[in-house]
Structure formats: structure tokens, C-alpha cells
Design a protein around this ligand. Sequence first.
Ligand code: G4P
Length: 275
Amino acid sequence: MAKTRRKIKEILPLIDAVAEVVDARVPVSSRNPELRSIIGAKPLMILLNKCDMADPAATADWIEYYKSKGITAIGIECKTGKGINAFKNAVKTLLADKLKAYADKGMVGKPLRVMVVGIPNVGKSTFINRIEGNNRAKAENRPGVTRGNQWFTVDKQLELLDTPGVLWPKFEDKTVGERLALTGAVKDNVIDRELLAVRLCEILAEDYADRLAARYKISGDYTDGYDLLCEIGKKRGMIMRGGEIDTERTANMLLEEFRNCKIGNITLERAKKNA
Ligand code: G4P
């Protein structure tokens, strides 16, 4: 982190704004906790990516939340390209004063420069590929993959810079690790899968009772995640010899169904509760 921090600080004078790509399903856990202190007063934009998997109402709440803090946030789907044009327009709106100043000084053609940052697996490479229209920044599913400094020309008014290094999430917070494991951003072999499924059940019980009813025919209030996991196992007939519920199999099934959006679009962190 120290090296990345130094490299970003060196580059700051060359850029006009920072765009942080986050996972719209976990907008808190998928952020880098040190970013603001690294970039100082540079304008910051939040790109809530993977909106195709997140709960649209929760994403709208996050956008409102950031707006109330004076931060531009937009929802995007790099996989399909949805929101990419909104990004270009949002940058130009955010930096309208700068564009005007360039025009006033006769510096027409000087592009705005935006550094794109994000923790591994939020979709930063996919975003850059999508916006640049070719495969210069190859998307790879390897957390922590490093790339050199690369500028990408978007159009005459906009250039992007890939992060010079890797920014990590706040791993010392165990909730962050669990939520990133739930979304698949970190390998779940480092965290007990049953525990992850219990955490997911806690969130589902609190915020998505309707989905539990629709998918698993679960009714009633559950305050304990483990009890809910057992009930889901029972409904799915995941019973071992002797009548005990196979919670390990149930956990694997539940995680798989969550990650494939079989339970619907679910956001694990809410602006009203987790911001
Ligand atoms: P990074 O540079 O931030 O590390 O992330 P990267 O672009 O490599 O993307 C990580 C994973 O997230 C990739 O999946 C990518 O396809 C997926 N992804 C990126 N944007 C979106 C999006 O808007 N919606 C959805 N649903 N997924 C997105 P992968 O499993 O590694 O690869 P693959 O599925 O593309 O083969």
C-alpha cells in the first residue's frame, strides 16, 4: 500500500479527478479506506458497478447518499456497458469549471484526466476495456494483479489513467472480509463457508424476507442466521442420514444461488444502515 500511496501522490498533479469503482452490492466494504487521505481535495466520483446484480432501490439510495455528501455517484454495468455514457457526461459536469477555464485560456483540446481506482475485482479492468473499446487493459480475475501506468484516450475531452498499483480493502475489519467473500471478490476458502452463509442469512432475514418466501418458501421472522440456514436446508430436503440438516451443503447451495442472482438482486450494505 505504501508504494501505491506514493505513486498515486506523485501522479496527483497530473490528474483532474479520481473515479473509484466499487461493487454496488457492497459499496462500503469494496472501498479503499485510505483513498480520501491519499487524494486530498481532488474531486472524487463513485462508480457503483455491477448494478445488474445489485438491488436497484438500494443503489438509488446510495446515489442519493453520496449526493448529500457532495459526491457524484452513478450506477454502471461494465459487463453490458450500461452507464458508460453517463460516466463521460458526469465527468464533464463535475469538471465543467475546468473545461471552461481551458476554453477561456484558448486551451481547447486539452483533455480532462481522470484516474480510475478500485480494490481488486470490482471491475476496474472491465470498465477501462469497455470505455476504451479495446483490450489494452486486460480484465483478469486475479486479485492484486498489477499493471503499469497506462493512459487511455476516451475522446478528445477525456483521458483515463489506470491506478499505478493495487489498493486493498479494509481487511482488518472482519465484516469487510466476509462481505467481499460473499460477493466472490476474495476467495471463500479463507473463510468458513457455513459462517458466510449464516452472515448472508442474517442480511436476507432483515432486508429480503420477500425473496426468502419466493425462493425458499420461508415464512416467519428469523432473528438467527443459523436457524434460517437450517430452515432453508429443510425446505430444500438437504437432510443427512439420521435426520440432521446438512448445513454445509445448504451453505454451498445458498452462496452459489446468491452469487448467480437466483435469489434476485441483493445489496448487502445499505446507505441508511451501513454508510
Ligand atoms: P478488477 O480489474 O477490478 O480486478 O476487476 P475485473 O475487471 O477483472 O472484473 C472482475 C470480475 O467482475 C470479472 O468476472 C468481470 O467480468 C466481472 N464484472 C465486471 N463488471 C461487471 C458488471 O458490471 N456486472 C457483472 N455481473 N460482472 C462484472 P470474472 O468472473 O473474473 O470473469 P468473467 O465472468 O468476465 O469471465
